[in-house]
Ligand binder design. Structure first.
Ligand code: SDX
Length: 457
């Protein structure tokens, strides 16, 4: 890697970068990597070993953590591909089960493969009766995402026959079980919050029909499925299925890199998704629209979002990768109009959201920072129109994203370059100092609160 390498490597100089330490004049050649599409990368795997130097990139704004063949985003052009197929095409022509197969196995299924995959998923939708008892430990007022983290994590205590992650069949079984059970677990969390009996999935229904039936059926009467809402749910799940190395997927990969139980890894992804900067944004968008209240307040809030001293942000706007319209937001907005039309709902929040989008996209600050609506901007409005409470929005995101998480978990396990994730740090703390016995230390006045502990350090 250093310039002292043998001349045979010299020929490869165009496919590399040179790093020079200006304090010593020493330089090293770093190989570059190119994928099937996307940015060139500097391969720094050997950097520390060769130079003793680390790289620093909080939030991984310029760092690729792995190689992957599942999803590709071109943030400049607003393109999202799953195994090469564009999200617009999948949302318009595929269904969620087929998209799950594509993400998991890399190709669109044949009719036989699709039928067998559908059937296998259906066979795993029930949850163990002992698992159902975990819900009773939660307050009825518990946030459904808190329940999801706990109950999905508890799955790791139930499936001792599918945690040999070196066995391909057991990896498949864990993947199918998780995809199958997430709607049941999420619907039970919803019903638990309402004090209603737990729902049961129906094998004669499709995956998305079961989602609606389990969430909204009433055991005292028949439930009538609305095909437009079924299609909308299916589309929402497709739009949330996967998105490269986002925070929750990276969390699942990092948890999985230690060889942890797959169900526990997915629970870690749910925990990360819950944050308002990530999957929790759909819930935060509705709260923001309620706070804005009316169109005449939009200008004030668009200005607030630009005030560095104000922590207010336009939720549902901006993205680490997209510096153009999030293609999922476009599909989501069209679906929103379809659903509200079918439901005959004149939704003031949708009107407000569209006005907000229109004004923000004309505002120099949002134009300069390339802040566009993301997938979370419209999803909450659809889900609310369908009858979901805001606290269930991120649960729906988690149901869709489970296939993405488990597909990346599977891919990580068979990647010959992957090892346990263990980032380094830039240490800013105290240098070595000697211990001082308490009777030799200074004194401070008695404090009634602990906040002073955190001041300045
Ligand atoms: C998802 O990663 C994924 O792929 C995620 C996701 C997926 O499918 O997995 O797409 C799902 O999480 C979508 C994002 C949902 N979150 C939100 O809508 C919350 C609001 N958005 C922001 O918090 C923010 O845009 C992020 C978190 C989405 C992205 O943050 P970055 O990439 O770290 O960018 P940043 O915070 O450094 O912002 C860059 C600048 C900053 O200004 P400066 O410091 O440069 O002056 O843009 C500003 C920010 O202040 N900015 C915003 C803003 N988002 C960024 N200003 C006002 N309102 C906003 N929404």
């Amino acid at each position: 890697m250093s310039d002292k390498q043998n001349p045979a490597d010299q020929a490869n100089t165009t496919d590399s970068f040179t790093l020079t330490d200006n304090s010593t004049g020493e330089s090293w050649r770093l190989p570059s990597r190119v994928g099937a599409m996307g940015n060139r990368l500097i391969d720094i795997k050997a950097l520390y070993g060769e130079t003793g130097v680390l790289t620093y990139d909080p939030g991984f704004t310029s760092t690729a953590s792995c190689k992957s063949s599942i999803t590709f985003i071109n943030g400049v052009e607003g393109v999202l591909l799953h195994r090469g197929y564009s999200i617009d095409e999948l949302a318009a022509k595929s269904d969620f089960m087929e998209t799950c197969y594509l993400l998991l196995y890399g190709e669109l299924p044949t009719p036989e493969q699709k039928a067998s995959f559908d059937a296998d998923i259906r066979n795993h939708t029930l949850i163990h009766e002992q698992l159902a008892r975990f819900y009773s430990g939660f307050m009825r007022s518990a946030h459904p995402m808190a329940i999801m983290v706990g109950v999905v994590g508890a799955l790791s205590a139930f499936y001792h026959d599918s945690i040999d992650i070196t066995d391909i069949e057991q990896r498949r079984l864990a993947a199918h079980r998780l995809i199958a059970k997430m709607p049941t677990i999420g619907a039970c969390a919803f019903k638990y919050s309402l004090g209603l009996p737990f729902p049961t999935p129906r094998n004669e229904l499709s995956y998305s029909e079961n989602v609606l039936q389990m969430m909204f059926s009433n055991p005292a009467e028949d439930y009538k499925l609305n095909p437009v809402l079924v299609k909308a749910i299916d589309k929402i799940l497709i739009l949330h299925a996967d998105h490269e190395q986002n925070a929750s997927t990276s969390t699942v990969r990092l948890a999985g890199s230690s060889g942890a139980n797959p169900y526990a890894c997915i629970a870690s992804g749910i925990a990360s998704l819950w944050g308002p900067a990530h999957g929790g944004a759909n819930e935060a968008v509705l709260k923001m629209l309620d706070e804005i209240g009316s169109a005449d307040q939009i200008d004030k809030y668009v200005k607030k979002a630009q005030d560095k001293n104000d922590k207010f942000r336009l939720m549902g706007f901006g993205h680490r990768v997209y510096k153009n319209y999030d293609p999922r937001a476009t599909v989501m907005r069209n679906t929103c109009h379809e659903v509200l039309k079918v439901l005959g709902i004149n939704n003031p929040q949708l009107e407000l959201a569209m006005k907000l989008e229109e004004m923000a996209l004309k505002d120099a600050y949002f134009i300069d920072k390339k802040l566009y609506p993301n997938v979370d901007f419209y999803s909450g409005i659809i889900l609310k129109a369908m009858g979901f409470p805001t606290s269930m929005f991120t649960v729906m995101f988690a149901i869709g994203r489970t296939v993405g998480w488990i597909s990346h978990w599977k891919e990580m396990l068979v990647d010959d370059e992957q090892k346990i994730g263990r980032p380094r740090q830039l240490y800013m703390g105290e240098t070595k100092r000697r211990y001082v016995p308490i009777d030799k230390r200074g004194h401070t006045e008695k404090k009634t609160s602990w906040s002073w502990l955190w001041k300045g350090k």
